[in-house]
Design a protein around this ligand. Structure first.
Ligand SMILES: [Zn+2]
Length: 188
């Protein structure tokens, strides 16, 4: 499946507001292929040459609904700093991921969020939980996993899982005061 900046479903399409369906396990060949295409997209999108050549927009995650498939599948691939200040590559091909717990403490990205499906800029703090625990089947490792995420990874997980509910990042921005300070929030 060809995935590029032109084929990705944008937020003016009502599809982006629909709920995604759970996926049957074990994965069908078709679903595996969809996940691999999504994985290749995020991987290639951060390569300047490939992204130029194939009209890709840099991404740390993509959900199936963004390529027109309303199934609870998402791919996340990003580099972050772990607890011991080491750089670590996180990559997942998640199927039916579910947040099983989230911290009361909030967090947001200082520079705001972006999305492959959103062209227009939406300024403001996208307030989320600072830490989440997610359970899912990970097709990359071929097993059920539990992710205890904090910081940037926690934000990206919540952003992608929101797509399953038809929620977009700017829904979380305070309409009256987009840059309202949040008490005790972790600023990333
Ligand atoms: Zn998005």
């Amino acid at each position: 499946m060809l995935i590029n900046n032109d084929t990705i479903v944008k937020d003016n399409d009502p599809l982006m507001r629909t709920k995604s369906e759970p996926v049957k396990l074990p994965l069908s060949v078709e679903d595996k292929n969809i996940l691999m295409d999504m994985y290749n997209y995020v991987k290639d999108s951060i390569d300047p040459e490939l992204s130029e050549e194939r009209n890709l927009r840099a991404a740390v995650g993509i959900s199936a609904i963004q390529i027109g498939i309303p199934k609870r599948m998402t791919v996340i691939r990003l580099t972050d700093i772990d607890k011991n200040d080491n750089e670590i590559l996180y990559e997942f091909c998640l199927v039916n991921p579910k947040i099983i717990s989230s911290s009361l403490q909030k967090a947001y990205l200082q520079s705001g969020e972006g999305c492959l499906s959103v062209i227009e800029e939406h300024e403001g703090y996208v307030v989320r939980s600072a830490r989440v625990t997610v359970e899912a089947y990970d097709a990359l490792q071929d097993k059920h996993i539990r992710i205890r995420a904090r910081g940037f990874l926690a934000i990206v997980l919540q952003h992608e899982l929101d797509h399953f509910e038809g929620t977009l990042f700017y829904d979380h921005i305070n309409k009256d005061e987009p840059f309202k300070e949040i008490e005790n929030a972790l600023i990333i």
